[in-house]
Ligand binder design. Structure first.
Ligand code: IPM
Ligand code: MG
Length: 369
């Protein structure tokens, strides 16, 4: 049998439930390798608190270079109370931010889809969320997460001052806006751009630049501007009005958690962080579940692996040119939900509660069919 070319995937399980959920993806990769001869080449290493415990840093240079050389990085989760009191520069989250920033993964795609089998898991009324399919495009390498100056410094009268800076340049806004418009063309053709142009100059620039890209390159897409606080409210009032939402790093962080809960559980939501395409159409990329490390349930087999499995499906779709395989994997997840299998986070009466491991195995059994 002819094998497709090697595809390097770096697995960074990280902390908390990260290792458990990534281990289910590992099984799926092995399945594709043995049953479909896809020849994925995987490597695995430490990141976050796990890396700090071993090496005294949340990400070593070696791991960083491995990430640079991979076609896709699959990350579990980082952080936990154990590392809360570390110096800022050593915190597990710094690894994640370094990977995002230095791999230049400026576009973070966070789909919020309410699966029909799970409408009842949402805290909103079924008619508000059923059929929901939103894509949040969060800018990921700029804004207040990275702006300078930053820090905590002493000032007069013995007080201290904490400083962070929210900045965006025209090109940073333009490139993420293009990603959002491109996605909208393949979906329902509508982009909602969110900022606080009523109080922030950077928000005003955001609005003007998005407007400009729209006018010059994407006139056929419907564009709407919305203040971020209003967007937070509209997401609860009438979420189905949205198709693609494009917003900055901080608003995107908050709005995507909110959108996630519309779907019932954070345990279902994947994400893709993408860089610019080179001339061969290739880009750097990292895939991770939107949920965090959930230390309270770590190691108990309670974690829902679906968010990470769907993140791998996004890797198949966006980085590895394996759209058919991505569709199959998505379908396998749907089938398992149809069969009533549920991890604890999405369990409801009449269904069958299963462990992380059993959920992964059931998805593989569906792939097999
Ligand atoms: C996310 C997370 C991260 C963020 C944390 C873990 C640094 O909340 O990916 O949404 O704030 O970006
Ligand atoms: Mg977040």
């Amino acid at each position: 049998m002819i094998k497709v070319k090697n595809r390097k995937i770096l697995l960074l399980p990280g902390d908390g439930i990260g290792p458990e959920v990534v281990s289910e993806v590992k099984k799926i990769i092995n399945w594709f390798n043995s049953k479909r001869s896809l020849d994925f080449e995987t490597d695995e290493d430490l990141v976050g608190g796990a890396a700090y415990d071993e090496h005294g840093t949340p990400i070593t240079d070696e791991v960083f270079y491995k990430a640079l050389e991979s076609e896709a990085v699959i990350l579990g989760a980082v952080g936990g109370p154990k590392w809360d009191n570390l110096d800022f520069s050593k915190k597990p989250e710094r690894a994640l931010l370094k990977l995002r920033k230095e791999l230049k993964l400026f576009a973070n795609l966070r789909p919020a889809i309410c699966f029909k089998q799970l409408v009842d898991a949402s805290s909103l009324k079924p008619e508000i969320v059923s059929g929901l399919d939103i894509m949040i495009v969060r800018e990921l390498t700029g804004g207040i997460y990275f702006g300078e100056p930053r820090g905590i410094k002493p000032i007069d009268n013995g007080e201290r001052k904490g400083v962070n800076t929210h900045t965006y340049t025209s090109s940073e806004i333009a490139r993420v806006a293009r990603v959002a418009f491109d996605l909208a063309k393949k979906r329902n053709n509508k982009v909602t751009s969110c900022e606080k142009s009523n109080v922030m100059e950077a928000g005003q620039l955001w609005r003007e630049e998005v407007e400009e890209i729209h006018k010059n390159e994407f006139k056929e897409v419907k564009l709407e501007h919305m203040l971020a606080d209003n967007c937070a409210m509209q997401l609860l009032r009438n979420p189905k009005q949205f198709d693609v939402i494009v917003t900055d790093n901080l608003f995107g962080d908050i709005l995507s958690d909110e959108a996630a809960m519309l779907t019932g559980s954070l345990g279902l939501l994947p994400s893709a962080s993408l860089g610019a395409k080179d001339k061969n159409g290739k880009m750097r990329s990292m895939y991770e579940p939107v949920h965090g490390s959930a230390p309270d349930i770590a190691g108990k087999g309670l974690a829902n692996p679906i968010a990470t499995i769907l993140s791998f499906s996004m890797a198949l779709r966006y980085s590895l040119d394996l759209v058919k395989e991505a569709d199959e994997l998505d379908k396998a997840v749907q089938n398992v939900l149809d069969m009533g299998l549920r991890t604890k986070d999405i369990f409801s009466k009449g269904n069958k509660e299963v462990s992380t491991n059993t959920m992964g195995d059931a998805i593989i059994a569906q792939l097999q069919n």
